[in-house]
Design a protein around this ligand. Structure first.
Ligand code: ARG
Length: 437
């Protein structure tokens, strides 16, 4: 064949799935060369060592891309949108488009004609990766899904080929860790009634009676400081994961509805996300009007839904962010958070944009403001609930009338008349001949 040397870029973690993909991409898909790409979104150091060692043993050229800043920036956008999906702050979900774009960039630079991942056909990640990659001209390949492979088959194949896969961890949970969250699934956790022990947690301690107060500073909805010390998103996230994790903050155990409709039991740890999301909402509650808060709830839910799908570049997201940006011009100030018993509670908040007047709300002053007096509420109080009172009155009267008519009709029926409803209304003399005064 005279065809040019064909290269494929593989999202590479060094785990079983991506390891077996390396020979498969050559044997089954006809590629001459595979390059591995590992994207740093804040995984623990040993994951990189494992990926590098495995790559070396495979003779795989591996590229490591640092995308921590970009990922943390997206997570902080998520805070502005109070982003959670079914209680989970979207760590895995938000990381995927960042990882996918970084891999695509390497693939294009390296002149690849294909791009591949090791996801199965059951999860969310295949959809999130491909949503980014299918915007390119590269051939998108998902060997595990396309060849219908099982873990069992992969292990046998790896043993046959003498592939460098760690033998010891087949019984371990499936864990995905990045800056924003750590997720644990699989094994006994697949049983929704199984109550997990402390051993599944790595970022959070079992809560004790200790407490700690933290002051989080916000500018335009972005968290910028902890206890007065300015920090960038990566540093702040790492710091808060450690600080709040020590108080057991940020554990969730959810039945999650995946994009394909499967429910899955997920346990997450996300101390920094919990602190920042709670603090941000605490500040919004001070500076936004009631209507802004209510409407923003819908906007936030839509943002989270798109983020769960890995579609943070959707036109809808840009439009939602137009609204979010506008509201966040007021989300500047500080929030005091108390870490206690696994909770991160807002215990104080202040902002120059507070939609709050202590004087107006006080019980010690007669006037509200702008000439509005306490007694002006009398007229409001008279009107308040007027429509509801009227509606209830009309409903009761109409029902009483209908019941009275049913009693009359029942009497006729007991004399042996089994009339149709049309005949009934005729014998009533039509709908206008009501007996009620
Ligand atoms: N279900 C979550 C999501 O789709 C996280 C999955 C993490 N993966 C894992 N192997 N624990 O966003």
């Amino acid at each position: 064949m005279t065809a040019a040397h064909q290269k494929v870029a593989l999202a590479f973690s060094g785990g079983l799935d991506t390891t077996v993909c390396v020979p498969l991409l050559k044997e089954e898909y006809g590629y001459d060369e595979v390059i591995g790409v590992t994207v740093d979104v804040g995984q623990p150091e040993p994951e990189f060592t494992e990926a590098e060692e495995t790559a070396e043993a495979l003779g795989l050229d591996i590229h490591v891309v640092d995308a921590k800043d970009e990922f943390a920036a997206l997570c902080f956008d998520g805070v502005r949108a109070n982003a959670t999906y079914q209680g989970y702050p979207l760590g895995t979900a938000m990381a995927r488009p960042v990882i996918a774009s970084a891999i695509l960039e390497v693939a294009e630079e390296e002149g690849c004609t294909g791009i591949a991942h090791g996801c199965t056909g059951k999860g969310n990640d295949q959809l999130r990766f491909e949503a980014v990659w299918r915007d390119s001209d590269l051939e998108v390949i998902a060997p595990i899904r396309e060849l219908g492979l099982t873990r069992k088959w992969e292990k046998e194949y790896a043993a046959e080929r003498d592939l460098p896969v760690e033998g010891g961890n087949e019984g371990d949970w499936s864990i995905d860790t990045n800056l924003w969250s750590r997720s644990v699934e699989g094994k006994e956790l697949e049983e929704p009634s199984y109550v997990p022990g402390e051993e599944i947690y790595a970022w959070t301690q079992k809560p004790t009676g200790e407490t700690l107060e933290l002051e989080i500073g916000f500018e335009n909805g972005y968290a910028v400081s902890v206890d007065g010390e300015a920090m960038d998103p990566v540093e702040m996230t790492e710091t808060l994961n450690e600080t709040a994790g020590a108080y057991g903050v940020g554990r969730t155990d959810v039945m999650e509805d995946r994009m394909l409709g499967l429910k899955v039991r997920e346990n997450y740890e996300h101390p920094a996300a919990t602190v920042l999301l709670n603090a941000h909402q605490g500040l919004e509650s001070l500076v936004l009007t009631k209507e802004e808060r209510m409407f923003k709830n819908y906007v936030d839910q839509e943002w989270a839904e798109k983020a769960y799908g890995g579609l943070v570049n959707a036109p809808l997201v840009r439009a939602l962010e137009g609204f979010i940006d506008e509201t966040q011009t007021k989300v500047t100030g500080t929030v005091t958070i108390r870490l206690e018993g696994g909770q991160a509670r807002v215990v104080g908040r202040e902002s120059p944009y507070a939609v709050y007047s202590a004087e107006a709300a006080s019980f010690n002053t007669e006037d509200v403001m702008d000439g509005i007096e306490q007694n002006d509420a009398t007229g409001v109080a008279k009107y308040h609930g007027f429509q509801e009172r009227l509606a209830n009155k009309v409903f009761s009267a109409a029902q009483a009338k209908a019941n009275a008519e049913a009693v009359t009709d029942g009497g006729e029926q007991s004399e042996g008349l089994r009339a149709s409803s049309d005949e009934h209304s005729e014998s009533d003399g039509g709908p206008a001949s009501g007996t009620e005064e």
